[in-house]
Design a binder for this molecule. Sequence first.
Ligand SMILES: Nc1ncnc2c1ncn2[C@@H]1O[C@H](COP(=O)(O)OP(=O)(O)OP(=O)(O)O)[C@@H](O)[C@H]1O
Ligand SMILES: [Mg+2]
Length: 233
Amino acid sequence: MEFISVKNVSKDYKKGSEVIHSLNGVSVDIKQGDFTIILGQSGSGKSTLLNLIGGMDCVTSGEIIVDGDNISKKNKNQLTDYRRTDVGYVFQFYNLIPSLNVLENVRLAARLSKSPISAEEAITAVGLKDRMKHFPSEMSGGEMQRVSIARAICKNPKILLCDEPTGALDSVTGEKIWILLHKMATQYKKTVIAVTHNALVAPAADRVIQIKDGKIISVQDNENPVALEKVAW
Ligand SMILES: Nc1ncnc2c1ncn2[C@@H]1O[C@H](COP(=O)(O)OP(=O)(O)OP(=O)(O)O)[C@@H](O)[C@H]1O
Ligand SMILES: [Mg+2]
């Protein structure tokens, strides 16, 4: 059985009298522990799909099954629970709390979850053990993104969703973040789904989903994904 099943999902947004069809009959499956990349032009519906899988928004029609659970049928409280427990989110601009240090930022997220791992362990996993007392303003972009990955994984979620996680970083730092996200799938058994404009990452993914104008135009499986270290950045 597939871990995540998106079944004939459409998402409309109303803007005044206009209706925007952000997603139009999208069906795709994602396997547990896979590293999946979603590619597509700006406005194609990538973030919309990620947000629907993460329970941050509700489908207009269709359904999304996660680990045997139909999240499209969940009420508001159940959806909040799902987001808290099962979903870790990594954003392009980190969204750290500036007045809290690294440890406090990560602990805050751990407190939301029913089965967190320790904040110290999550911070160590992203290679920032010696930065625990630093504030976001005292760190580089790459380090801040590492903290946001630690914050996402300390909840011990099943799914790690990343929206343009390297969009604000230079390519050298970006490569390190991709390697880390990949490790979250292989070593920490998270199901990692990342949206990116950067097609260079695609050969390293287990599955590559391409979206155009709210529709899936291709789903490609890499039987032997290329090591990220070998990608020509
Ligand atoms: N909350 C919203 N209200 C109205 N329209 C929206 C909303 N969210 C997204 N849209 C529209 O839906 C379409 C798809 O948006 P989405 O954010 O999913 O694109 P994207 O592929 O993530 O683009 P980008 O690469 O620029 O982030 C766009 O036309 C966008 O304007
Ligand atoms: Mg987007």
